[in-house]
Design a protein around this ligand. Sequence first.
Ligand code: ATP
Ligand code: ZN
Length: 484
Amino acid sequence: MSLHLFDTATRQLRPFEPLEAGRVGMYICGLTTQGSPHIGHVRFAVAFDVLRRWLERGHGYDVTLIRNVTDIDDKILTKAAEAGRPWWAWSYENERATTRALELLGVLPPTYEPRATGHITEQLELVRALVERGHAYAAEDGSGDVYFDVRSWPDYGSLTRQKLEDMEPAEDADPRGKRDPRDFALWKGHKDGEPETASWPAPYGRGRPGWHLECSAMARKYLGDAFDIHGGGVDLRFPHHENEQAQSRAAGLDFARYWLHNAWVTVKGAKMGKSLGNALAVTELTKTVRPLVLRHYLGAAHYRSTIEYGDDSLTEALAAVERIEGYVVRAREVLGEAAEDLLEASRALPADEAFPTDFRAALDDDLNVPEALAVVFGTVRDGNRALDAGAGTGTQALRHTLLQLLAMLDVLGTNPLDPSWGGGSREDDRGMEVLAALVQDRLDARAQARAEKDFATADAIRDHLTTLGVVIEDTPAGARWSLR
Ligand SMILES: Nc1ncnc2c1ncn2[C@@H]1O[C@H](COP(=O)(O)OP(=O)(O)OP(=O)(O)O)[C@@H](O)[C@H]1O
Ligand SMILES: [Zn+2]
């Protein structure tokens, strides 16, 4: 099966065909920089990071990924005012906190990350086009607001399959001067009490862009009038994405061809949210949990399935990561190759050699990560068995299996040898080599003492190593060691 993605617009699994052969344009709605992110906030970035990696590594597409920053909006103005800070300082601080959190979780940077405030001209161009085509109007009350005229666009509601008459009034703007309560703001006129720095000159009066408009304008600028994939959290389907699509299409642009939405992180069944008091900040959690474990946790579920966070969640994720790491360490021990060399060899494998058929089939089936992980753990299990059996595993076969495993983990963003997790550098490897040689010396001396029935010496060596944190396990194939 070729790559199929579940398109939320048609509610169907559709074969993925890019507009232009070999290239994919993808836009995902980034965060509003109103605070530092909790683990729910970053789920979208992890989910679409896996898609991006699979498109690139699994299918060889040249992906242009645009993820915007909403650096101005009502919530930012309110929270900055409450904190007594300029909105732009507040916004920038939270943007950096978000970037740090995403980097911590191994999310690859997008091709470009445009800010809403850096694209006022592009947004105003779109407003003008909509006004000229009769799909938008400036409020007649002099407020400076410009609204999208939902009744002028018969297709309004098509993304989320809603009829106009069933829709609630749009919440994102004052009702001043609206023709229809469901009309939404494209441009928000400056209000008394708002900082002067939060408005820009426009033909309709000073103001700032509406949230929906920025994504349409920036997607157009960097991906063109039509592009392949638009993604975001499931709550963005309405009104945000419905409005993005309506205003872009009404302006004559084809816009997104596939819509993908990821599900929530919940706690006791409720969405994790700051205002709900159940949020876990990424940087708080990573004080006690390794980022790699958190990354595994957030990426392990199918992107369209809810992740219910509970007390045991991260313990299970840790066990899963350690199972993988344990095998990688064992296999490397046997192969005696530096992490960097193995990484390089794995990344140099052509895609058809790098990925087992069932792994490929799993990810091609709407990014079925749980099934892909089943292949990963199957590989680990079989690999451990082969190592247990000792003979019968040629080094070539072992090496190939390890390289495949690393390639699969690379796609999932959880490759323990990736230097971004803070381990696996060449220096670490050299240190480990020296350590391994020294420990092996002591183990040989212990084996010698045992052979001579000098158990006191053998035990003393073992005890000394244990005190140093070296755990020894006697196996039929001889003593094995690991660091506690
Ligand atoms: N629990 C969650 N699971 C998955 N995605 C989430 C979650 N919470 C927020 N998001 C994503 O982050 C975006 C910004 O979220 P929002 O501003 O609602 O954050 P919040 O922390 O829930 O805010 P609030 O403080 O208003 O509760 C959302 O549009 C959504 O796509
Ligand atoms: Zn958006």
